[in-house]
Design a protein around this ligand. Structure first.
Ligand code: FHN
Length: 463
């Protein structure tokens, strides 16, 4: 009789293969197998560092969206007239002429992220505003452009500096790229009013204008796939860019990208096509495990880009989010917006350091684990690695030490005669007793008096 866990693992495996086959049905079977392997690589990494960094960081405003008249209520609420919008756009488009992050030190970013327990990075090579944080030959609106003060720096090609520094620390490398580009005349024609996030002309009536934009986009992706070393994930944002009105020819783009990067994971977000190799719930955690690979992307503060005095989530909240997501089989892509001077905000760094303390004790319950039913019961989340099970108790807000005991109810994974039961970060086996079809695990007095970590405590059950 197959246990519910084994049934789930088989279902997930089949779902992944279905996803892989849907992903690349038109390619050779080995391409499907390669992608399935890469998805498992991704799922093992669990915890990623997302950074939204661009010329907009100088304003401390939301990234790109303050440019959009139809979205001004949430992105630029002080605007009253379209003339004010045009004046704001003039100021925003000129931010490239003052971007000069003299404290930019990607090696220190990579060290901070590594110490936090993060294992892959996702960096904004170009957001919707079209400002390129890499040395593209397709436009002068770029950080290496002669009108940008930072272009004089040896680290002017910011994306290269970030990718090289994080790759040196053993990180997976993710390139965020916006398919929409509000600075390009093939998307927003500067001769016509731009009202919303979409092209401001009828692409079916001006096919050559749209074709110029498609070619520009493919050329930029080809630069990123050819000139920046090994890229593991191409994360394409701006889901409105899709057929029929905004057909960017994803089949062609994906085939080209994989010619340069054969192992590439492509995330054509919200497209629902074979080019969405994993799904990306944003600012939310699904309430149950999903039958396909997924990653929650979430801001540490209120917004993706740098915001002065941002309202960062507590370390306890962030640790417990990570546990909740991983127990449901997902990855956690946590975003911090670097400051315009190139430093990471100190309050964000403090949280990353504290998360790192927790991961140093409990990382084995996170990395390369897979879900196990019932995933979460009460305050206990479960992860598994082979026959080993981790029961992770999430501290109540008022609690700063492990509880005297942890109950694993009937049906939850449990120790059996001969199992070893340990608290991660604390030497010595723990005692457990049968209770109502489940078990109650007693925590040692010494561990309660001197907890191995804060925020969540991990019971490791080895058969
Ligand atoms: O519009 C973008 C937004 O600015 C940000 O980049 C997020 C990050 O996932 N993606 C889009 C909104 O879904």
């Amino acid at each position: 009789m197959l246990s519910s866990t084994k049934i789930l693992v088989i279902c997930f495996g089949l779902a992944s293969l279905v996803m892989a086959s849907r992903l690349s049905a038109s390619e050779a079977p080995e391409a499907d197998a390669q992608l399935a392997r890469r998805i498992e690589w991704f799922r093992d990494r669990k915890f990623g560092f997302f950074m939204h960094w661009g010329a907009y960081s100088q304003l401390g405003c939301i990234e790109s969206w303050p440019l959009v008249w139809a979205d001004r209520k949430w992105s630029n609420p002080s605007l009253r007239t379209f003339d004010e919008m045009l004046a704001f756009r003039k100021k925003y488009w000129a931010l490239n002429a003052t971007f000069n992050p003299t404290k930019f030190d990607p090696q220190s970013w990579a060290k901070i992220a590594e110490n936090a327990g993060m294992r892959y990075v996702m960096f904004t090579t170009k957001h919707h505003d079209g400002f390129c944080m890499y040395d593209t030959k397709q436009t002068d609106y770029k950080v290496t452009g002669s009108d940008c003060p930072w272009s004089k720096s040896p680290k002017a090609d910011v994306a290269r500096a970030v990718f090289d520094a994080f790759r040196q620390q053993g990180f997976g490398i993710g390139a965020y790229f916006s398919k929409a580009d509000w600075h390009h005349p093939g998307y927003w024609d500067p001769q016509r009013p731009a009202i919303d996030r979409n092209p401001n002309y009828d692409t079916s009536k001006e096919p050559q204008r749209w074709e110029d934009f498609v070619k520009f986009t493919h050329a930029q992706i080809e630069e990123l796939m050819s000139n920046y070393g090994r890229i593991d994930i191409l994360w394409l944002d701006a889901g409105q860019v899709r057929p029929p009105k905004q057909d960017i020819r994803m089949d062609e783009l994906a085939a080209m990208a994989r010619q340069h990067q054969p192992h590439l994971i492509i995330v054509d977000r919200t497209a629902g096509t074979k080019h969405e190799n994993y799904r990306t719930p944003e600012q939310e955690v699904p309430d149950r495990p999903l039958s396909y690979p997924w990653e929650t992307c979430m801001t540490m503060g209120d917004q993706w880009s740098f915001k002065p005095n941002d309202n960062y989530k507590s370390t306890r909240r962030l640790v417990q989010l990570l546990v909740d997501i991983v127990a449901k089989g997902g990855n956690f892509l946590l975003n911090v917006g670097p400051q315009p001077d190139g430093d990471l905000p100190p309050e964000a760094v403090k949280r990353l350091q504290e998360i790192g303390k927790w991961m140093a004790v409990n990382g084995e319950a996170i990395y390369a684990t897979r879900p196990i039913a019932p995933y979460k019961t009460g305050r206990v989340c479960f992860t598994s690695k082979g026959d080993t099970v981790y029961a992770i108790y999430l501290a109540e807000d008022s609690r700063n030490a492990p509880p005297a005991s942890i109950a694993l109810p009937r049906g939850a994974p449990r120790p059996k005669a001969g199992s070893e039961v340990h608290l991660l970060g604390f030497d010595g086996a723990m005692k457990w007793t049968e209770a109502d079809g489940g078990v109650v695990i007693q925590l040692p007095e010494a561990a309660i008096k001197n907890p191995p970590c804060e925020h969540a405590w991990v019971v490791k059950i080895t058969p």
